[in-house]
Write a protein of this length. Structure first.
Length: 338
């Protein structure tokens, strides 16, 4: 196929990667069930502990101890797989006490200890296991608690490994997983410059551009925020964006079509970052960039962030390119907004 359509090489590679992941998952599940059927002690221990933990309305220390023992019992891929196959994620998410602790609705020492034991278990269960990582991101209580915990002051300490995990999940074919992972990245990256530099070394900018071309409203909001954070911090990110989209048609499309203030504001700000690159203003001659920015700069005063970012981008554009159609700026009040 690559010989017939060389341009689809990346798409083929992504498809083959997905096939490999599915084959790996099937193989893991078959091996896990075989070991359980043979009475393997580690395999039966995982199921026994899950049965104990499924009991409702126990004391926090009961669950805390159970999760600690389970974390020690899961020592390989077989244990991780059996946890998933036997509703381990559901057992945690359906427990009211565990949910309350994860969302930090209670702050007593026992509840905090339970929260830590669940997070430790998730780390053990998901380490090196793509299918479990995906399952974790689709679990409502884990999604809520992860987003809640990501806003804590300590997230920067673990930002790089967390982003590594997210980058792997961006290859998933499930749109819901990709949206949630992008949401996590949009929360983590602003808190860690080290994580920003780490993610842009790969194909991250192109991945965000691809999401912006064909995603829903929520994913678009997350992706443009993430891309704006990257272009603000990195010259390389701006260059990668220009390689993918020389006339910044994606950003211009968002400015022209989005009614979401966050999307429009971040698109204008991202555009302003890119205009710091030499020659980009010339590339935009003949496009609709000036009227788009002018329209946002002169909009409702309530959208102050959008106005400010659009004005900044417009100012950089006019300063960088003398051939910019400045006659548009002589419309009533246009200069006032700049």
């Amino acid at each position: 196929m690559l010989e017939i359509e060389p341009g689809k090489e990346k798409m083929v590679k992504e498809y083959l990667t997905q096939v490999d992941l599915e084959e790996e998952r099937d193989s893991q599940e078959m091996n896990a069930m075989q070991r359980f059927d043979k009475g393997d002690e580690k395999a039966t221990t995982v199921l026994h502990l899950l049965e104990k933990l499924s009991k409702a309305e126990q004391m926090p220390l009961y669950y805390c101890g159970g999760f600690e023992i389970l974390s020690q019992a899961v020592t390989d891929c077989t244990g991780q797989t059996l946890f998933r196959l036997n509703n381990g994620f559901s057992i945690i998410s359906s427990n009211d006490m565990v949910r309350s602790c994860l969302l930090q609705k209670t702050t007593d020492p026992d509840s905090l200890e339970l929260c830590m034991s669940v997070l430790k278990l998730w780390r053990v269960i998901c380490c090196g296991n793509d299918e479990n990582q995906k399952m974790l991101m689709t679990c409502p209580v884990s999604r809520e608690s992860i987003v809640h915990l990501l806003t804590s002051e300590h997230v920067a300490e673990h930002a790089v490994p967390l982003c590594d995990c997210c980058l792997g999940l961006l290859r998933d074919r499930d749109g819901g997983v990709i949206t949630r992972v992008t949401g996590v990245l949009s929360t983590v990256l602003p808190q860690s410059s080290e994580a920003v530099q780490h993610v842009i070394r790969g194909d991250f900018v192109r991945t965000m551009c691809r999401l912006l071309k064909g995603s829903g409203q929520t994913a678009t909001k997350y992706a443009i925020k993430t891309l704006t954070v990257c272009t603000a911090a990195s010259h390389l990110a701006r260059e990668e964006l220009l390689k993918s989209d020389k006339k910044l048609s994606i950003l211009r499309h968002l400015l022209a079509s989005s009614c979401d203030e966050m999307v429009s504001g971040n698109a204008a700000l991202c555009l302003a970052h890119c205009l710091e690159l030499e020659g980009i203003a010339s590339n935009l001659l003949g496009t609709d960039i000036v009227p788009l920015l002018l329209r946002h700069a002169a909009q409702d005063a309530k959208r102050t962030a959008v106005q400010r970012n659009a004005a900044i981008a417009l100012g950089k554009l006019c300063r960088s390119e003398p051939r910019c159609p400045l006659t548009l700026l002589y419309k009533p009040h246009a200069v006032d907004y700049i």
